[in-house]
Structures are given as structure tokens and as C-alpha cells.
Design a protein around this ligand. Sequence first.
Ligand code: PGA
Length: 247
Amino acid sequence: MRKKIVAGNWKMNKTPKEAVALAEMLKPKVATDNSQVIFCVPYVDLIPVAEVLKGTNILLGAENLHFEDKGAYTGEISAPMLKEIGVKCVVIGHSERREYFAETDETVNKKVVKALEYGLLPIMCCGESLAEREDGITIEKIRIQIKKGMKGLSKDDAKKVVVAYEPIWAIGTGRVATTEQAQEVCHAIRVVLGELFGEDTAQEISILYGGSVSAANAAELFKMEDIDGGLVGGASLKEDFEVIAKA
Ligand code: PGA
């Protein structure tokens, strides 16, 4: 059985005080034994939110990390820093980071490797733009992102990666992929994972869908065979996240 995962991606929202209030509000609502709930929060919110989550089975996640352990990288945060404060998980290669912060499949790969080295669960994002979908190259694009992002991983390491499929045109737009579109690409991801790491390994890797997941559409999406949960932006900042986590 693959793990069912619902991860909230808070993005650049919530000051530390606001983050504590949101985590306190959501904590009792999203407590579930059927799935793994994760809060991925801004760096400055990590320490106070870690306090709030103590004693729960909700995991704390960061939204990025650097691929070196330390050094002259002004403004960056490393895996050992995250590890020390109790972070368990990290979003890597979100399309906003690729678009605005020049992340590439190569840096994504280095970050995945670094996260695994420190025992952090990487949620590696992939997804096509609207133009790529319209040009009919969605699957090619995704296959390249998976192959490059997971380059050099052993089967054992590959099993420790969570893949998030997030069509860029669906992020923050309210325009969710249809369940068929989402399933088609998540299935294609499992196929390429099988080619890379073997069918058994591919069956063990959780694949999430992200992009305008809401209380209204989560259950339908998560029912699909190759969709093992969601990476949720806007709706993770409100009570709706309860419905999504329960779905
Ligand atoms: P959204 O964001 O749910 O607000 O569309 C998803 C994401 O970017 O992870």
C-alpha cells in the first residue's frame, strides 16, 4: 500500500504569529491516521510551527533548501539547518521556484540528493506549462523532469521520494485539471519511474496532484488510481484543508 499524503504548501504567506494561529486551528481538524498530513511553511515559521506540531503525527516541511551543506551562499538555508530544527520534509523544484528563481532540473536533482542524504522526505515537483500542454508535449516534458530530477538515485532512495504533478496552468488559477488529465499524467509518471527503477519500486512511490485542489474536488482526484494525495496551496491556508485531508 502506497502512503496517502496531503501536503499544504503555504508559499510566502503567514508571519510567525499568523503561522502559529493557523497551525493551532488546523491541528485538531486534520489529525488522521489514514494519511500523512504535512505542513510546508516559510523558513521563519518553521521553529514556532514545530512547537505547535509536537506530539502530533503532522509532519513539518520546508519549501526549499540549498544543495550544499554550508558555505558562501547568502540568503540560503541548508539541509543540516532544517534537520536540526525538526523539519522532516521539503518541497523541491516547485514551478514558482523554477520560474522566478532560476531552478533547473539539475539543481532539483542536487537538492533531491541532498535532502535524501539528510533523511528529509523530498516532494519533487514537475509540471507542464499551458503552451506545452497545447503543443501536445506534456508527457515528454514530465518524463524529462522525472529522469533528470531523479538522476543517479538508487531504487532504495527513489522509494523515499514523493513526486508531485502540478500543471502550471492549474496552480492558483482555480482551473483544476480534470480527474482524467491528472490521472493520465500521474500514470505516465509511474510508467517512467518503472522504467528507471523497476515496476516494484514505481508501485511504492507516492504521486501527488497539485493545482487548485479544493474541498470540492479533492475526493474525486484522490480516488484516481495513480493519485496518492495532493500538494495544496491556497486551500491549505483555511479550514477547507480539513476536508481535503480527510478526502
Ligand atoms: P494551489 O497551489 O493549490 O493554490 O493551486 C498549489 C501549489 O502550488 O502547490
